[in-house]
Design a protein around this ligand. Structure first.
Ligand SMILES: Cc1cc2nc3c(=O)[nH]c(=O)nc-3n(C[C@H](O)[C@H](O)[C@H](O)COP(=O)(O)OP(=O)(O)OC[C@H]3O[C@@H](n4cnc5c(N)ncnc54)[C@H](O)[C@@H]3O)c2cc1C
Length: 1104
């Protein structure tokens, strides 16, 4: 996990800040950093080739050792309008202010800088017509392809302020989640071109034009794979929807080539998400013209589903000839989106983008592209992402000009910023917002104020996770969708297949005895993702592959380090069956029973229970409810879908993101203060009138409606649906829970806490502080249990406390002064009696907010596994989005955003129909069609052919003269751990078999690996010595061989260079007459396309 703020990190020393001048390195502003990146990029080849995550660590060169500066907060407070039943408390003045919501912050003042930063970040934007330059058809009718290098500026547009090298991952998952949530089986996702009466497309493009030639194929492949991972798709496997779309058209073998193209298109997007990937550019990822159609289909699928070309992006006219109807007014449909939170704005922005990219389809239907209107009940956008301005202002501003000083009332942390989170693209790649990567290191303070011993903390956390693991045995068994994988080795090498097979995927799958080469069902069924540790920043569990509840409770406790009670053997186990069978079983009830039974195995102390309950509170925070309201089978439904990377907070307020979606590139049509009271929709989608009525009497006629109304509001039944929502929709509305998390935000004159920490935890005593009864901890454990140091993102010395579980609910009815004084008491226990009263404080009460009625969704006790999917399903022309409709990432900002992309895609599909699939989708090898297309599209360049031949001639001469270049010595060095691991593998396996519960099978490699690691960690010096010594000898031998190699190779290179110079002089290469036939217009077109850096087509399936 990275550290420190992107602008400046005020560091307290002896109660004072270290001045900015004393800092060794001053952190550049993001625009400066972007500029620096631009200038550095050409110098560092490796930077040019980076995936997003690697970029972070490379950018640690910008890390400020101390970006602190003098700062203090004036006590002055002005009344600032804030909203939505969110109350603030000014402790010093003893006045509690509650006003109506209002937030008319001028767009320019706070958003302007973000835009200019973003534009500055990409030098191409300095030219006013840059985007145009890439899209306009050329005078000769050909499209100007964007040079591949135009995408290299992604790095420069991605500001970052990290890494400290510790780089804790929020999770490791390359699992391709299905965020768009389409159920391929439920509807027709594609149609063949013949069904549509369409003719095969012709392409004026060459194969490979979008594949760089200045990097090795394996490096290109690595970038493509990283791009797929960054785009929430599995690089090695078809997404279920791709599977459904392609299964009748391609063979299992052809999947590899398809994935190479798809990942290549994603690479183009992630390298510079400031410009959309056009179809022709995408087609240029195919290495052979036979694959153009499938590349085109793939591009359309990626665009429609919001895997590329999404966010704050300008979409210019397609440039295609538009067949407009003569005379008369064309029809223009209206899509009304209800709610301007992340899902609503994301959906509306995406609809605008899709309507622009598919405008020709509307013109073909005799319509204008539809209009989009957003109806929002509040007088601000962002919904549950609300950065409320503080009244306090810093004496010495630490934030960049234009940044606001705000309290994050709702969504705050961007979880798993890298590799998949679409907000990464928007925050860093498009809006260039500064952000702060959170350090996961937490100090847990006991109720007496002393930091808890780390070992003790670990024991408690591991036991907590073991109990969750045991409870996970009762989770819903969700079937794994059939996956079709490509060839991993070929994909890693960036190579397509040579032998393409003859039977389509569907022919193989539908055969009476299917022999599926990649059928996941054939893999060990017992391996699951099991909780191993908890994320202290988000409360979510980290998972690893393993066998759920493999060991007995006593064995596990002993393995962790707990002392077993006298007379307890490792065979002693928990029996949770009775608790599980109860009608009222929930995660909480079974967990509490497990703790109760554990008291017979180990001797808990009150501190142990305080610690375990701190972790329970953390879990309650991530679910916004108490454990005893969580579904036993589905409490971690989304587990395993987390993305890699740091958790981050946006400096100056998260609300800049929804405001970016609202305003960039052009403002959306949002009607604020439009509280929707009635929705009349067409359940059969038969064109019958649909209208939306608002509280103020306004009526909006719409052809399609997208509701992002929060689940909490839907549960109130205050909005009238006509006709009433069917039972199948009302079921999930009732069964999915909508919980509460609240916050108490405190601003101080000066920071008195450790500025190097981003979070710290506080253990809470139950009413009877010596209690060993689990139920006694219920009410207190979530009160001010977790504190965030928000100084670097707010620009003011700020602490933010979470009120989770029961405490969140009780916050709703506790007066502000009581809460503030309790918070101050907790802080005084931790930091001493001198802790002052805050100069400003803000308390949230999300349950009382009439446009949310709570914080976020959770899986209630009666939850059914497909409830989120059913919640997302449209009814006629009424579509649904919002975090509560995203089963893969519920309760999050990115989940809300993804749901908006999904809904936009569904609306478009209803309007223009599914993707058209040409038949055949991949032309047969050596077909007349292929040969024809290649002669038209891929003439051999005589100059290039001559130069290639000349290069080969030179190298042959060099080898003839000097012999082979010296070989690099093999690295036989094995690190001591690896040697130990090899030796001890069997012993570790035996240990894993000890204390194993019946029916849990043999240990899987991951378990054994973990055991070996544990054994190595615990091994004494003497045990490690032989391995260290052996490694040392090998290391020295390798170093000597390398030194010799470097000398010899250096000399060979020198000699080769000298010989080359002489050879080129004596045997110059002369252009032949055929080169003169290369017409000026052809050369001109190539230059316009920037082909120079790109591969010419060799017509080969194999090499790049
Ligand atoms: C305290 C708190 C902390 C959180 N922390 C995090 C976090 O750290 N990370 C994270 O990823 N997520 C977090 N979340 C969750 C995240 O904020 C939400 O999941 C996400 O913002 C929901 O977006 P949405 O578009 O689905 O709903 P909303 O943002 O609620 O948008 C719905 C919109 O509909 C409007 N609306 C409602 N009723 C009507 C009506 N009748 N007529 C017209 N408009 C209406 C609302 O005003 C609102 O603007 C947190 C939430 C809370 C409350």
């Amino acid at each position: 996990m990275g550290n420190s703020s992107s602008i400046a990190d005020p560091t307290a020393a002896g109660g004072r800040y270290i001045s900015k001048q004393s800092a060794k390195v001053t952190r550049p502003k993001c625009s400066e950093m972007a500029a620096m990146m631009d200038t550095q990029m050409p110098l560092r080849d490796d930077l040019n080739l980076m995936g997003l995550q690697e970029l972070d660590s490379h950018l640690s060169i910008f890390e400020s050792s101390n970006g602190g500066r003098d700062s203090s907060t004036p006590g002055a407070m002005s009344n600032y309008p804030f909203g939505d039943s969110i109350t603030t408390d000014e402790q010093q003045r003893q006045t509690i202010v509650v006003e109506s919501p209002s937030e008319n912050i001028p767009y320019k003042s706070s958003f302007g800088p973000a835009i200019s930063r973003a534009r500055f970040a990409d030098p191409k934007f300095n030219s006013p017509n840059s985007a145009e330059r890439h899209r306009k058809p050329a005078s000769d009718g050909s499209l100007h392809l964007r040079p591949e290098s135009a995408r290299d500026s992604m790095a420069s547009s991605m500001t970052t302020d990290i890494d400290d090298g510790s780089s804790a991952l929020s999770s490791v998952s390359s699992k391709g989640t299905s965020p768009t949530g389409f159920d391929p089986s439920s509807r027709e996702t594609t149609r063949t071109a013949s069904q549509m009466g369409k003719r095969r497309e012709k392409y004026d493009i060459r194969p490979k034009v979008s594949i760089p030639t200045d990097i090795a194929p394996s490096e290109y492949a690595r970038q493509c794979i990283a791009a797929a991972e960054s785009s929430r798709l599995n690089p090695y496997s078809l997404h279920p929807e791709e599977h459904a779309m392609l299964r009748k058209h391609i063979t299992h073998q052809q999947v590899t080539t398809y994935l190479n193209i798809r990942n290549g298109i994603l690479r183009l997007w992630t390298r510079n998400p400031m410009i959309g990937v056009e179809r022709d550019e995408a087609i240029g990822c195919a290495k052979d013209s036979r694959w153009f159609d499938i590349a085109s289909v793939c591009h359309e699928w990626l665009v429609r589903r919001g895997y590329i070309n999404y966010g704050c992006l300008e979409h210019l006219a397609t440039g295609k000839e538009v067949k407009k109807q003569r005379g008369g007014k064309r029809k223009r449909k209206t899509v009304a989106v209800i709610g301007a939170g992340m899902s609503g704005l994301g959906c509306a922005r995406q609809l605008e983008a899709l309507f622009s990219q598919f405008e020709d389809r509307f013109y073909e239907m005799g319509e204008d592209p539809p209009r989009v209107v957003v109806l929002e009940g509040r007088d601000r956008v962002g919904g549950r992402v609300y950065s409320r301005a503080f009244k306090s202002k810093p004496k010495y501003p630490t934030l960049a000009y234009g940044n606001r000083h705000t309290a994050e009332m709702g969504g705050m942390i961007i979880t798993g910023f890298d590799r998949g989170n679409p907000l990464n693209i928007i925050v860093r790649g498009q809006l260039a917002l500064p952000y702060h990567a959170l350090k996961p290191d937490t100090t847990l303070y006991d109720a007496n104020g002393r930091p808890v011993d780390t070992n003790r903390d670990q024991y408690a956390e591991k036991l907590f996770n073991y109990i969750l693991d045991r409870v996970s045995e009762y989770k819903f068994k969700i079937p794994i969708p059939a996956a079709v994988d490509g060839d991993k080795d070929l994909l890693d090498a960036g190579r397509d297949v040579t032998s393409e097979g003859s039977k389509t995927i569907s022919e193989v799958e539908d055969a009476p005895t299917p022999a599926l080469p990649n059928d996941k069902a054939s893999r060990t069924p017992e391996v699951q993702m099991i909780p191993v540790s908890s994320d202290r920043l988000t409360g979510r569990a980290h998972l690893e592959p393993g066998i759920s509840g493999a060991h007995t409770a006593a064995y596990k406790a002993k393995e962790i380090g707990w002392l077993l009670r006298p007379g307890v053997g490792i065979e002693q186990d928990l029996d949770l069956e009775t608790a599980v069978r109860s009608r009222y079983a929930t995660l909480g009830s079974v967990f509490d029973e497990a703790i109760r039974q554990y008291t017979r195995i180990v001797d808990f102390t009150p501190l142990d229970l305080r610690l375990i309950n701190w972790h329970v509170a953390n879990l309650e925070y991530s679910n916004a409810t108490t454990c005893n309201k969580l579904s036993l089978g589905g409490w971690d439904l989304d587990a395993g879908n987390e993305w890699e990377g740091k958790h981050t907070m946006v400096t100056g307020g998260y609300q800049q993101v929804p405001r970016g979606l609202l305003n960039c590139p052009q403002p959306l049509n949002v009607r604020k203060n439009s509280n929707v009271t009635k929705i009349a929709y067409a359940p059969e989608n038969n064109g019958s009138p649909s209208r939306i009525e608002c509280e103020d009497g306004n009526v909006i006629d719409a052809d399609y409606i997208v509701s992002t109304i929060p689940l909490g509001v839907l549960k109130q039944h205050n909005i009238q649906f006509e006709p009433v929502l069917p039972d199948w929709k009302m079921g999930p509305i009732q069964r999915i829970g909508f919980g509460v998390l609240n916050k108490v935000v405190l601003v101080y004159e000066e920071a008195f806490w450790d500025q190097n920490r981003d979070i710290f935890g506080a253990l809470r005593n139950p009413a009877n502080r010596f209690s060993l009864s689990q139920t006694d901890y219920f009410t207190q454990r979530g009160r001010f249990f977790q504190w965030f140091n928000c100084t670097s993102t707010t620009g003011l010395p700020t602490l933010l406390a979470l009120m989770a579980g029961d405490a969140a609910f009780s916050t709703e009815s506790t007066p502000n002064d009581v809460l503030i004084s309790e918070a101050t008491k907790v802080l005084r226990t931790l930091f001493g009696p001198k802790v002052p009263n805050p100069v400003e404080s803000v308390v949230t009460r999300w349950s009382q907010d009439k446009f949310a009625h709570g914080s976020y969704s959770y899986t209630g006790p009666n939850f059914q596994p497909d409830d989120y999917e059913v919640m997302a399903k449209p009814i006629g022309n009424l579509f649904f989005a919002g975090e509560h409709t995203c089963g893969t990432h519920p309760a999050t900002v990115h989940g809300a955003y993804i749901s908006g992309l999904r809904a936009a895609s569904e609306v478009l599909e209803t309007m223009i129909g599914p993707i058209q699939i040409p038949e055949p989708l991949v032309l047969p090898k050596d077909s007349g069609l292929k040969r024809k297309s290649e002669t038209v599209q891929s003439p051999k360049d005589p100059k290039q052919a001559r130069l290639e031949a000349y290069e080969i001639e030179i190298w042959n001469a060099i080898y003839a003269k000097l012999g082979d270049r010296p070989w690099r010595p093999a690295n036989n060095y094995a690190n001591p751990y690896r040697m130990y691991s090899k030796d001890k593998w069997e012993e570790a396996k035996r240990k894993c078999e000890e204390g194993r519960r019946p029916g849990k099978g043999k240990p899987i490699p991951n378990e054994v690996k973990k055991m070996v690691t544990k054994m190595w960690k615990e091994a004494c010096e003497a045990e490690r010595k032989p391995y260290n010594e052996k490694a040392d000898v090998q290391k020295k031998a390798y170093a000597a061989a390398m030194a010799e190699y470097n000398v010899k190779a250096g000399q060979w290179d020198k000699d080769a260079l000298a010989f080359r110079a002489v050879y080129e002089k004596e045997h110059a290469s002369v252009p032949g007459p055929e080169e003169l036939l290369d017409s000026p217009s052809r050369r001109d077109r190539r230059a316009k396309r920037g082909v120079s850096g790109y591969a010419e087509d060799s017509g080969s399936d194999l090499d790049i």
